[in-house]
Ligand binder design. Structure first.
Ligand SMILES: *Cc1c(COP(=O)(O)O)cnc(C)c1O
Length: 442
């Protein structure tokens, strides 16, 4: 029995989401459109199987094919990134990172990561996250120009002598200083972990420097620029195994039975193997390079039209628009206005944000998904023009200072932009553009 007959409600909602993805520009930089092959593996019968343990060492029978699938995923991850060890089981990026703490630190040890409002990830020691509750987190920051403050990183590392230092972020537009930070980590004897969740696909494509020669551990998600299913990978480099020959075993034990998860999701692991197989093909190199070309073109198109962006440009797939010239905390307005036009982005903090993470002053957008659709520089100029027109259109809206007035003001703003003529016209043009670049087609 198929879903459309057994559960038409869920079926229709899935169809509605498919239509939304087809008819809008997906510009959240952490999202992508996977291939139908990835979706097929993800939706396969493999989801039924228990396979606690690792290939050849399972706690359940019947794993002869599962073992081969997981071994293929591991072999492809090693090949794609050039590492001697990979664990493909983490359910997602966050549990992958928590496993790194379990493998390298004792509870209460000092750890360092990029501060969340400066673009860092929750799991790199943000106060609301387990990583700061179980460990003693010392955050580092970015400078006003958007670059990591390496002087501060060095000073904090010398003062605190952390056990683990993270490099990697969720909103960072410049190339990561893997080499510089690895020197700092080595000086104080810390493990150096690079979290390439956002840029993994660019690293494979050679469109961003690889951390593999500098880090002991590399973690990533599989669903961002890597264009696979949601998931996580943990890899140990040659340098990591030289520091601690047991590091791979420690990571395996942290993932299972360390406490993060029970049975691995083998349907997801098969889909990761499929995505890595795609990433190993020559076309993927072109794809990764085009993502960056597109982001640069879009950044140029926005700045030419007077839109302020963090760091005045980008080295990767991401751009952060800085809306403070018209007041703090305005990210929500641009996010909602673009949403109304069929362009999906997310509000985000900017370096030294004068507002808060819930009402940030910027908007983060990226090119991975629209590049998957085949869009190139010409389309980026068009999209840059639309976005800048919408930035101007909402210039007059200011976030109220009083907390109790904010929600009503935003509701009223939404009602107004729903009637806005310019935004309605752009929505129509977005739809026409999307029709020229179909996704999820046979
Ligand atoms: C997205 C992201 C993660 C976590 O990913 P989830 O799969 O959402 O748990 C971890 N680190 C960084 C830097 C990220 O951008």
């Amino acid at each position: 029995m198929k879903l459309n007959t057994t559960d038409p409600k869920i079926y229709e909602l899935i169809q509605a989401e498919l239509k939304r993805r087809r008819e809008g520009l997906e510009m959240i930089p952490s999202e992508n459109h996977t291939s139908l092959a990835v979706l097929e593996a993800l939706g396969s019968v493999l989801t039924d199987k228990y396979a606690e343990g690792y290939p050849g060492k399972r706690y359940y029978g019947g794993n002869q094919y599962i073992d081969q699938i997981e071994e293929l995923a591991i072999a492809r991850a090693k090949e794609a990134f050039g590492v001697p060890y990979a664990n493909v089981q983490p359910y997602s990026g966050s549990p992958a990172n928590i496993a790194v703490y379990l493998a390298t630190c004792n509870i209460g040890d000092k750890v360092m990561g990029q501060n969340l409002p400066d673009g860092g990830h929750l799991t790199h020691g943000w106060k609301a996250n387990l990583s700061a509750k179980l460990y003693n987190s010392v955050p580092y920051h970015v400078k006003k120009d958007g670059y990591i403050d390496l002087e501060e990183v060095q000073k904090l590392a010398q003062e605190n002598r952390p056990k683990l230092i993270w490099c990697g972020a969720t909103a960072y537009v410049r190339e990561f200083p893997f080499e510089e930070m690895s020197k700092i980590a080595d000086e104080v004897g810390a493990y150096f972990a690079c979290d390439i969740a956002h840029i993994a696909g660019l690293v494979i494509a050679g469109a961003h420097k690889s951390p593999v020669n500098y880090a002991h551990i590399v973690t990533t998600t599989t669903h961002k620029t890597l264009r696979g299913p949601r998931g996580g990978l943990i890899m140990v480099t040659k340098k990591g195994l030289e520091k601690d020959p047991e590091l791979g075993d420690k990571i395996d034990k942290a993932v299972f039975p360390g406490g993060l998860q029970g049975g691995p999701h083998e349907n997801q692991i098969a889909a990761i193997a499929v995505a890595l197989g795609e990433a190993l093909r020559p076309e993927f190199k072109e794809y990764g390079k085009q993502i960056v070309k597109n982001a640069r073109e879009l950044a140029g198109s926005l700045t030419e039209r007077g839109v302020k962006i963090v760091s005045n440009g980008t080295d990767n797939h991401m751009i952060v628009i800085d809306l403070t010239p018209d007041g703090p905390g305005r990210g929500v307005f641009l996010q909602d206005a673009l949403d109304e036009a069929g362009i999906t982005v997310n509000k985000n903090t900017i370096p030294q944000d004068p507002s808060s993470p819930f009402y940030p002053s910027g908007v983060r957008l990226g090119t991975p998904a629209i590049t998957t659709r085949g869009m190139k520089e010409e389309e980026m100029r068009t999209i840059g023009d639309w976005i800048s027109q919408i930035v101007s259109e909402i210039k007059k809206y200011r976030l109220p200072e009083l907390k109790e007035e904010k929600a009503d003001y935003i509701k009223n703003f939404k009602d107004e932009i729903r009637q806005n003529k310019l935004i309605g016209e752009i929505k129509q043009k977005v739809l026409e553009l999307c029709k020229k670049f179909p996704v999820y087609e046979e």
